[in-house]
Structure formats: structure tokens, C-alpha cells
Write a new protein. Sequence first.
Length: 384
Amino acid sequence: MRSVSVLGATGSIGASTLDLIRRQPGQWRVVALTANGNAAELAKLAREFSAEVAVVADEAALPALREALAGTNIQAAGGEAALVEAATREADITVAAIVGCAGLAPTMAAIEQGRAVALANKEALVAAGSVMTAAVARSGATLLPTDSEHNAIFQCLAGNSYDNVRSITLTASGGPFRDWTLEQLRTATPAQAVKHPNWSMGAKISVDSATMFNKGLELIEAHHLFPVGLDKLKIIVHPQSVIHSMVEYRDGSTLAQLGPSDMRVPIASCLAWPQRMETPLAPLDLAAIGELTFRAADEERFPATRICRAAAEAGGAAPAVLNAANEVAVAAFLDGKFPFTRIAVLVEQVLARYAPPSPASLADVMAIDAAARAEACSVLELVT
Ligand code: NDP
């Protein structure tokens, strides 16, 4: 029997993870399950999986969680410190699936314990960058990339040296607006942005997919996970989302990973690593799919990938500032306070206004994140 903790258990990645665990009865012991404020769903999951502990980050939700877990042996806890404590609990694999920089401290806590961490929470790695990779090296933790693109690259790289890599190509679906004109993009609504053509995901990453910030964040994520140099990292739009990414070697061979657009595939790869496990997905039917097409990313309509590449090149605090500004802008867009096309503008404005020194510790990253959010909110107030 293996043990697992799921940070962000009530979200889209959390649900996909627990779906796979549910299908292997008797093979998993669930240690910690966490959420932000959704106490009812968290309690339901904690009861179903007989979790050791259930934690809500938002302390206001703790009384409801306690009430929903009354009569069980499951510990209920709330607040940031409890979240971090849950993340440090011994588990064979800790799934980091909280959305945004809010997942950074618990993810780092699991890393500091030397755990195997299935990392979906890309914002944490984007913000912390070398602070996180240094902690991985120091603690001996294993980072298993769960983002479908990075999981694909991880699989394509298996057993090969970075010296042999000519390039790594991240594929992008292009999101729901890939064929929209700039004029149309100005009128995009939150409801349209969260309706992804291929993937079913949480609201924040769906908007990131629509702006292409998702691909930009993934570029920065790949830069840290696979240190081949930024100049070797490419992005291509592949509307069918069948090829999840590719690695080209210096002998001219390109290895690609293909699969259905369902996060249970990369999650299963992490849960079972270095073995494989069954998933309930239909086999890939390439004849039915018919054709796989590709096109260059259009950085005029979708400047996010250009902005992210520049932040990655600048290094230091820039990716943390970019990530914080994007989180603020996406939240404002989802609240209906802010036009879609202003998201990228706001991120660039914040990057131009706030350039702190490089972070050397988790505390530095969190301080930069907080200050960048404040800067983003003040820019937002000027324009809304
Ligand atoms: P969701 O919005 O569906 O779920 C987010 C989870 O995080 C929920 O459990 C939520 O709890 C919890 N949460 C939200 N805010 C906080 C907070 N402040 N403190 C603690 N917990 C919090 O997100 P997704 O599952 O879509 O995405 C999770 C991560 O995985 C993101 O970083 C995303 O970029 C990445 N990812 C997602 C993919 C997908 O297909 N969904 C694909 C690849 C990567 P509550 O329910 O209580 O709000």
C-alpha cells in the first residue's frame, strides 16, 4: 500500500487524482487532503478516503469542516500553518494541486522534507524558481512534473542526457480564442474564456490558456525543470492537443508523447512512477482524430508568451512579479472588472514598475509576491 497527500483536493486536478486512487481500492492510504474554503466537499472526500487529516486554508471554513467531520477520527484543521503542517506529513507522494502562489509554502514544505512531489501547481515553481530547485537539490526531493506538457517532456527525456537535446517544444492548444481577431478578443467574457475546447480545468488556468499566459508560465516552468537553456525551448500551437510536447535530439530524432486530453494520464504517470498504472481512458484513436496540425504562436494577438520569455531571460524576481500580476489580473477579469486584453498590459506595467532584487529564500519570494500583488492592485485601480 502506498500513501498519498493531495494539496488542493477539491479542485480539478485534485478530483482527477482522487478518481484514480478510487479505482485502486486497498492500494492507497490517504494522509492529508486540503482545500481553501470548500469544507463540505473536503469533508466528503476525507470521509470517503478515510484521510488522516483534512485542512482548510481559510480558517473561517474550519467550524463547518469540524461539523462535517464530527463522529469520525479524521483531524480537522485550518489556516496557513495547518496547511504547511499537513504538507510535511509523511507520504510516498504529495500531489501539489493548489492554484496559484498560495500553493508555494506547502509545496516547499513537502520538498524540504525530501518527499516525492507531483507538481501541478506551476505558479509555485514560476515564482520561486531557483529557490525551489535549490531546495529540491538540498533535500533530495523528487519533483514529478504533472503539467501535461512537462510530464510529456519528462517521459521523452527518460534516460537521455541534456547534452544530447537540440530543442524542447511545448505544444499549446491555443485556447478557446485561438482563431479570434484582436477586435473580438477585446470583447471576450469570463464565460467564454473558461470554456476550453479540449481540456476541463479550473477557472484560473482556463483563463491563462485563453491568454496564452499558461504557455508562458509553462515555458518558465520548463526552464527550471529541464535546464537545457531558454534558447532551446520552443512553443508551437497544436489545436488537437494530442501531442503533449516533444524533445528533439542532436541526431535528428524527435520523441513526442501522445495521449487523450485528460489530466488523469499525466497524473497516473506521476502516481505510478517509475511504474505504470491503468487509467479508465479510451485508447487513443488516431484514425478517428484524422489529422494533427501545427502553427506558429501569434504573439501579436497573444503577447503573453513573449512577456514570459522576457521575464525568464531577466530571471531573478521577474517571474514572481509576473506571476503575481497575472493572478491579480485574472481574478479581476473573472470578476468582470477588467477586459480580457488588459491582462497582458497590466502584467507588463507591473513588471516595468516593480523590479526587486532576486529572492534568496522562500520568505523573499513571498514578500515579492505580496508586493507585486499590491502594485498590480494599484495599477488596476488606475485603469478601472
Ligand atoms: P482549481 O481551481 O480547480 O482547484 C484549486 C484547488 O486549490 C482547490 O482545492 C482550492 O480549494 C484550492 N485553493 C484555492 N485557493 C487556495 C488558497 N488560497 N489556499 C489553499 N488552497 C487553495 O484548480 P486546478 O485543479 O485547475 O489547478 C490546480 C493547479 O494545477 C494550478 O496551479 C494549475 O495551473 C495546475 N494545472 C491544472 C491543470 C488542470 O487541468 N486543471 C492542468 C495542468 C496544471 P477550494 O475548492 O476550497 O477553493
